[in-house]
Ligand binder design. Sequence first.
Ligand SMILES: Cc1cc2nc3c(=O)[nH]c(=O)nc-3n(C[C@H](O)[C@H](O)[C@H](O)COP(=O)(O)OP(=O)(O)OC[C@H]3O[C@@H](n4cnc5c(N)ncnc54)[C@H](O)[C@@H]3O)c2cc1C
Length: 417
Amino acid sequence: MTATKDVLVVGGGIGGLTLALQLERVGIPVRVLEAVPTLKPLGVGINLLPHASKELWGLGLQDELARISVQTSTAVFYNRFGQLIHSDPAGTAAGFPYPQYSVHRGELQMVLANAVRQRLGEDRLVLDARATSFADHGDHVSVTTADTAGQEQTWTGSVVIGCDGVHSIVRKALHPHEGGLLYSGYTMWRGTTRMKPFLDGASMIRAGWLETGKLVIYPILNYDDGTQLINWVAEIQVPQRSNRDWNREADDAEFLLPFKDWTFDWLNVPDMLTASPHVYEYPMVDQDPLSFWTRSRVTLLGDAAHPMVPRGSNGAGQAILDTRALADALVEEADSVTALSRYERERLPRTAEVVRTNRVNPPDALLREVYERTGDRPFEDISDVIPADEMRALLDNYRTVTGASLAAVQATSAQRP
Ligand SMILES: Cc1cc2nc3c(=O)[nH]c(=O)nc-3n(C[C@H](O)[C@H](O)[C@H](O)COP(=O)(O)OP(=O)(O)OC[C@H]3O[C@@H](n4cnc5c(N)ncnc54)[C@H](O)[C@@H]3O)c2cc1C
């Protein structure tokens, strides 16, 4: 069989589909092999910070993004008594050249999939193709897939990119003896509720603290009748109850208890939580950063490479940054093997730092500081609890680590529009 020059992308999630669009932009042939037989808009809300928005604008997706999202104006922090801790402008309101988007993860995946089909052709996104194994033949690679009926097919290409998410088979093959999942001690319950806007209709709220119950709340879609789809995530310290399954519906309503008194003049939290038609449960887990992603013609990208606890709006964002780095390396280096190792050198240390920072000092660490310093009691004056400079330093540090600072976005926009 003559090998094709296709980049074989295993997994058509946010990372795999964005990678396909990046490669099409630079003229590299690509085929995406996705396990599910039908793409459905699964998941709930995610946030794309300006560093990731920049890449999606570079792919010409800004109009589609505007259609399916809410542009976040502010990140606001409250304690569990509804007292304002800090308000931090976001996206264009903070002077970034690109917005911060709050968006339904599944709708974003649909936009990316449609763009792949239109730009690359229907046959370049293969559904019902679960990768079961792959092989590196020295001068080319092959991936074997199976459909739901068990029918196998083998695909050839120049390289294999494992974009197959948190249960990656490519990662498993590269690291068969890797340690298990690391449970953070917290589980999240996620839902969406259609309701009237709260605050300015574009704010992202973080409130409370994990030990007694924390909430993240933000609108992800505007409806014509003036209502919005509000995404919420309740995060609570509990022993681990479930494994990683993004689509697992919650068995009970225990998660409501910590929030039963959260009735603020700007939001009635219990009403919002109980009005969600579906509630999904997911343990906040990650894995230790890997020692390598790349072996010759095979590498990893996105959650397959660097699963992180979802506490800083960077899961999808870092996957999107990976796609740009990989596409640049593949187009600029003389051969694919060199390109894959350059990509690893560039992205592995940076994402490892994000994984580690998400464990201890993501933006919600601000809530921890207030919780601890006040002994979980209402405060008189927030500046007596934590000075404004300290709050800013904490948030700025996270932006720097993740490449999402204004300076970093401006610099990459100038170097690599
Ligand atoms: C169904 C689903 C719902 C999610 N919901 C949320 C959410 O609500 N909030 C949140 O923060 N994050 C959610 N995520 C995770 C989020 O999309 C990622 O953290 C982030 O976008 C990085 O994307 P990724 O492409 O690395 O992984 P993902 O977006 O997870 O994509 C991985 C893709 O690989 C496919 N795949 C897996 N194994 C194989 C295989 N052997 N062969 C071929 N294809 C394979 C999967 O079907 C999936 O399409 C969800 C992921 C999925 C798959």
